[in-house]
Design a protein around this ligand. Structure first.
Ligand code: SAM
Ligand code: SF4
Length: 462
């Protein structure tokens, strides 16, 4: 029998990218093979993001387009199932099938290990409103997910922690992803070993609040993220470790020491601050002020002087004055970021900030965002220019836009493009940086590839 075709469209964060891969793993035993486009699919899953209003709305416009595809399939005598997963699924639940009757099933981020059952029941004709599973189950999905069905590539993601107990007043994550949960160390190690066997040279540990990690260690005690990174760094063949996203309150001494001691831990940290104004940070319920954030950065830089920093910023949070925004610009100037993400505040239903009275007008938000992005862009470009003439290892993880070129990441997360044959995809190679652009670097391979490269495991054992 021909394999059934599965197309997953992923929105939002890296955790969703990881979840989508795991959703494909759960469906592989039912005969579903993943394809890269919705055409000809038997099952389409939208793995959605609810973090800002725009992200949520995209899902409903996509469902409109998929309805036509579903009707075309029906006209050909095929059945196309449509499922909605992820944080919009969690937040909207049954409302999705009411608003979009073409949807056959809805599954939240903590229940997707039950996808095979939902899909089977949908195929048997069960009504969509009975196939809405947005529970926060007592069991962990990780205990039920099958092993990975294919290689995750040279740069792989691994979820170690989920959910959030911080309740920043603007954020839906604690409601859509649930309470903080950490996977046991043994579980993570086994998955990391398999990823390395499958060709991964770099692993990024994921969590909504990854440095709040406190999983059970092999000694029965709770391990923090620093200790976990130390253990993972012992895996032969694993060359690079990263982790994201961190909260300033959870940067402990062990994690700082990991940045000092572990060569495999890349000198790059995404540490969101959101605002430079203490008044706004308090209103956001961030549980830290700007001085605390700056002290954490000072300690990290003392431990790893090469550390490059990134952050998230929200402009136009309710009540943000010109002075508050000026404090954000001052903080950015003081820290000096290698890159950063910035957003206009978007009120999210059900969060405390959504009912705040003193909303910032849209045009003021836009103006502030443009100013902040101008400053962050200048910093990023300056950081990139500082790389010109240097040599650095680059993990070539994907094809670049132009034929004959591959793209990868520097240790500091910069995108680097080089002329290279496709056979070098998945290799960690020495590159000399020739040019800097605002968002990327251009380099050339140095040394003889065969001798200087760290080859993917698959290839050396083949
Ligand atoms: N856990 C991380 C942290 O503590 O910063 C970030 C999680 S969230 C998925 C990613 C980013 O989305 C946040 O850092 C924040 O800047 C942004 N974000 C979250 N809620 C938002 C909202 N209501 N409006 C605009 N941006 C938002
Ligand atoms: Fe959201 Fe991050 Fe705050 Fe948690 S710590 S509520 S995920 S912004």
């Amino acid at each position: 029998m021909a394999a059934k075709k599965l197309y997953i469209k992923t929105y939002g964060c890296q955790m969703n990218v990881y979840d989508s891969q795991r959703m494909a793993d759960t469906l592989a035993p039912l005969g579903y093979q993943e394809i890269n486009s919705p055409d000809g699919a038997d099952l389409i899953l939208l793995n959605t993001c609810h973090i800002r209003e725009k992200a949520s709305e995209k899902v409903f416009s996509e469902l409109g387009r998929l309805r036509q595809l579903q009707e075309a399939a029906r006209a050909e005598g095929r059945r196309l199932l449509i499922g909605v997963a992820g944080c919009v699924a969690q937040a909207e639940g049954e409302e999705i099938v009411r608003r979009a009757p073409q949807v056959d099933l809805v599954v939240g981020p903590q229940t997707y290990h039950r996808l095979p059952d939902l899909v089977t029941r949908a195929l048997q004709g069960e009504e969509a409103r009975r196939l809405v599973d947005t529970e926060f189950p007592p069991e962990s999905k990780f205990d039920f997910l099958p092993e990975e069905s294919r290689s995750a590539g040279a740069a792989a993601f691994l979820s170690v922690q989920e959910g959030c107990d911080k309740f920043c007043s603007f954020c839906v994550v604690p409601y859509t992803r649930g309470a903080e949960v950490s996977r046991p160390v043994a579980n993570i190690l086994a998955e990391a070993e398999r990823l390395v066997q499958g060709g991964a040279l770099e692993i990024t540990l994921l969590g909504q609040n990854v440095n709040a990690y406190h999983g059970e260690g092999p000694d029965g005690r709770e391990w923090g993220l620093g200790r976990l990174l130390g253990r993972l760094a012992e895996i032969d063949g694993l060359e690079r470790l990263r982790y994201t996203t961190s909260h300033p309150r959870d940067v402990d001494e062990e994690l700082i020491a990991a940045h000092r001691d572990l060569d495999k831990l890349m000198p790059y940290l995404h540490l969101p601050v959101q605002s430079g104004s203490d008044r706004i940070l308090a209103a956001m319920n961030r549980k830290h002020d700007s001085a605390f954030y700056l002290r954490v950065i000072e300690k990290l830089r003392a431990a790893q002087p090469e550390l490059a920093l990134s952050s998230d910023f929200i402009v136009g949070f309710p009540g943000e004055s010109d002075q508050d925004f000026a404090a954000t610009l001052r903080l950015v100037t003081e820290v000096g970021y290698a890159q950063a993400y910035s957003f206009k505040y978007s009120p999210r239903p059900g969060t405390p900030a959504a009912t705040a009275a003193d909303a910032v007008p849209e045009e003021v938000k836009s103006e502030r965002l443009a100013m902040l992005q101008q400053l962050l862009g200048e910093q990023q470009y300056a950081f990139n220019r500082g790389a010109v003439g240097k040599r650095m290892p680059v993990l070539l993880e994907r094809k670049a836009k132009r034929p004959g070129q591959l793209a990868g990441r520097s240790p500091w997360m910069q995108a680097v493009v080089v002329e290279a044959p496709q056979g070098l995809l998945g290799h960690l190679l020495e590159v000399e940086i020739l040019e800097a652009h605002p968002n990327s670097l251009v380099g050339r391979l140095v040394g003889l590839p065969e001798e200087e490269m760290v080859a993917p495991r698959m290839r050396t054992t083949a």
